[in-house]
Every structure is written in structure tokens, then in C-alpha cells.
Design a protein around this ligand. Sequence first.
Ligand code: F0G
Length: 461
Amino acid sequence: MNEFTPRTIIEPFRVRSVEPIHFTTADERREALEAAGFNPFQLRAEDVLIDLLTDSGTGAMSSRQWAGMMASDESYAGAASFYRFEAAVRDITGFKHVIPTHQGRAAEHILFGTLAKKGNVVLNNTHFDTTRAHVEHTGAEARDLLIPEGRDPKSPHPFKGNMDLVALESAIREIGAHRVPAILITVTNNSGGGQPVSMANIRGVSTIARKHGIPFFIDACRFAENAWFIRTREEGYAGKLPIDIAREMFALADGCTMSAKKDGMANIGGFLALNNDALATRCRNLEILTEGFPTYGGMAGYDLEAIAHGLYEALQPEYLEYRIGSIAYLGRKLTDAGIPIIEPTGGHAVYLDAGGIAPHIPPLEYPAWSVNNALYLTGGVRGVEIGTVMFGLQPDGTEKPASRELVRLAFPRRVYTQSHVDYLAEVIIEACSRAADLTGYRIVSESPVLRHFTARLEPIT
Ligand code: F0G
């Protein structure tokens, strides 16, 4: 008999433990949002029906992970759970030294605290906010060298997270290799829309870094999702196992930083992994000061267990097909309805182009903030504004429009099903059909840094 080829991609799991989600009426949502100062970060999570604020630490764990957690070893030093964690990280990344941390930014703190100083420049396709903050905290400069297609929301380029290799060479020549303590590549490129980086590009960066003797690190938060894009979009990788693709990616680098809250499939945790013995010793010294003893590094034994299993689960082909497929499925429904989004869709999120959805709202009245709030008011959906509220406040206290007005809808891993995604599409389409009636917002109070987390706003009537 011929093999049956289904058209439907199903969730590659069945549900064994459920968590109720809370339905609210339109009046209740208006009240809740008003009490939150019209800031979704200030909402109580139980007032949200579908929560797409982040894919970080919000995933569901498997029965295998929970079983490992129950059997964890909580010894302060040399716990069996650490050795299982270390073996998994080494097996997948190939790096010699594995330094556990409580989350990704702690790995960044240790790496840059050890490597970088004033006068240095760290190069990356695009630094994520915390990465940039940790580089700048040392007095060094964080410079982004993304290919131009990565900034164009409509470019169909298959690897919009790629580094511009020509710009990389000329930046090193201009700065001087001795002032570049590290080159990074962020896979997938979160700040650029969850866009992937090709193996050829990682190899190109690696060759340039090695030629100049500069350490090359991967910001590996979403390494499994990136491996899937390489398998489906890059010549020569069709049918290869994601784990083998991931091993090939890591083999090109000298180390990685990792937030296990993403493709580690855990609710907390991270690590720094690297090959250089002397650098590892210096990093461990800083780790003891800020994270804890090197065999737990800010995590409980059960967190180490969750990650040891989670890293492999994130690499299962059926899981990745469903994961990337759900994002693409929502993206297709929205583009079919004429809603502008960043295309092609990336690995962990759909990004709505709020500038295109509500062009009548000027940037300094925060169009993406308004569209995001409309999603909540319409159907209890919470995304995050990536626009002028997040990036517009300048160090001198003035304000200028962000380069783009986006709403990021990031998907927790293994949490929502296809009917949730169908519902989401309905909410977004409904909210966008009434976009002409949306008003802008004004800020009533704000803090001088990272104002989007705590600012209070009001609609402009
Ligand atoms: N690097 C990237 C590319 C990230 O996306 C994040 C976190 C980090 C580093 C820091 O990791 O949160 O464990 O300290 N991104 C989350 C997000 C917060 O919502 O995109 P962390």
C-alpha cells in the first residue's frame, strides 16, 4: 500500500495535564486594561486568554522532563543532574567547557564581563537587548551588521538573519582585530523577526573570525528552530537530522551563550559553553561570584534535568515541523486577509506591521501600542509592542520615532493548539478591520530606562 501523506500537520503530543485559561467579557478587559495603565505588561496574566508576550520560559514540559525532575540530584557540588546536563550540552554543541547559568543574560554577563572592555567593539548580526546591554555595560560598543534584506519586511530572502560578510570584513579592518574581543551570531535573529541564519553564512563568519584570530560565539537561544530552517531552505540539508545540523553549526564556533528558556524547553536556565581552557577558567571565577558553584550555576538540580531532556526534544523533526508550521499557518491566514506582517514568517513569532495597519496614527502616538491593545480588547490576546514606546526615548530625555512599528506575537512552545491559532487569526483580522477607528496613546508616567515595562498611558480622545 502507498504511504498516506496527510496535509494536516498535527500537534506531535497529546494532552495529559491541563491548565484552564480564563475568559473575560469586553467590559472586563476594558476595565483590566485601564487599571493596568493601558500597559499590557501590567495586566494580570489570568486576565489574558492567549498570552503571546514571549516564548521565553513559557513552554510546556514533557512527561519525560517531569520524570527527570522528580529524580534530580540536589547536591551542592558534583550533582548527578549536572553531569547529565553537561553530557547533553556537550553531545549537541561539542564544546568542552559547560558553565550553567540561571538564564541567558547571565551567560552574557559572564562572557562579556570576562572578554570585553572600554574601547572594544563586539560584532553581531543583531544584538538582542540584553546582549547589547551587557556589552555596553563593560564600556564596549555593540555593532549590528545584518544584511540589508533583513531590514526589509517584504524581502523574500530565505535567510534574513544573515550577517553582512563584506561589512564584517571592513568593520574588522576599520576597528582593528585587537579591539574586537568577539564576533557573535544570533540564531535565529530575534530582534529582526525570528529570521534564520544559513549554514553558509555561519561558515563565512567563522572563516573570517578565524583568519583574524577573533573568538566566535553563537547566541544559541533558538538554535533548533534555526536548524529546521537550514534543513528546509538550504541546499544540501533536506532530510538531514536537526541534531546533525545543529552539531555542524556549533562546530564552526568557539562557544555559545544559551537561554534554555527557549530551545532548552525549560521554564528557567541557561549556559555558556566554550572550548578555550584559560577563558573558561576566568569565566568560572566570575560565575562563582555571581551565579553559584560551577556545577549548578544558579539552577536547581531539577532545572538541569529539565534542560538535559529539553534540548533533545527541541530537535525532534516532528516537533519542529509543527512549531515552525504553526507560525507559518498564522502568517498565511493573516496575509490572505491582507494584513501586513514581516515576511516570510520566522521561527518563534509573527510580527504585525502596525505602521501599515494603522497608518493614521503618528509614530509619537504609538501605533503599535494601539494595535496591540486592540488585540487584547477584542479577544484577550496579549502581544508586545516593538516600536516607539520601547525604543523611542533617547538618553537626553527627548523622543524620536522608532525605525519600525511592530507587534510581536511570540508563541510559547507546545502550549497552544491549532484551534487557538484559528481563534487568534479571527481576533487579529477583526481588530484590524476596525483599525481606522483606533486612536493613539499618550504616556502619563514613565521611568527613564526600559519605560515600556512600567509606563502608564491613556488613549488620546
Ligand atoms: N538572546 C536572545 C536572542 C534572546 O531572545 C534572549 C531573550 C536572550 C538572549 C536573553 O535570555 O531572557 O534567558 O536572559 N529573549 C526573551 C524574549 C526575553 O522575549 O525574546 P534570557
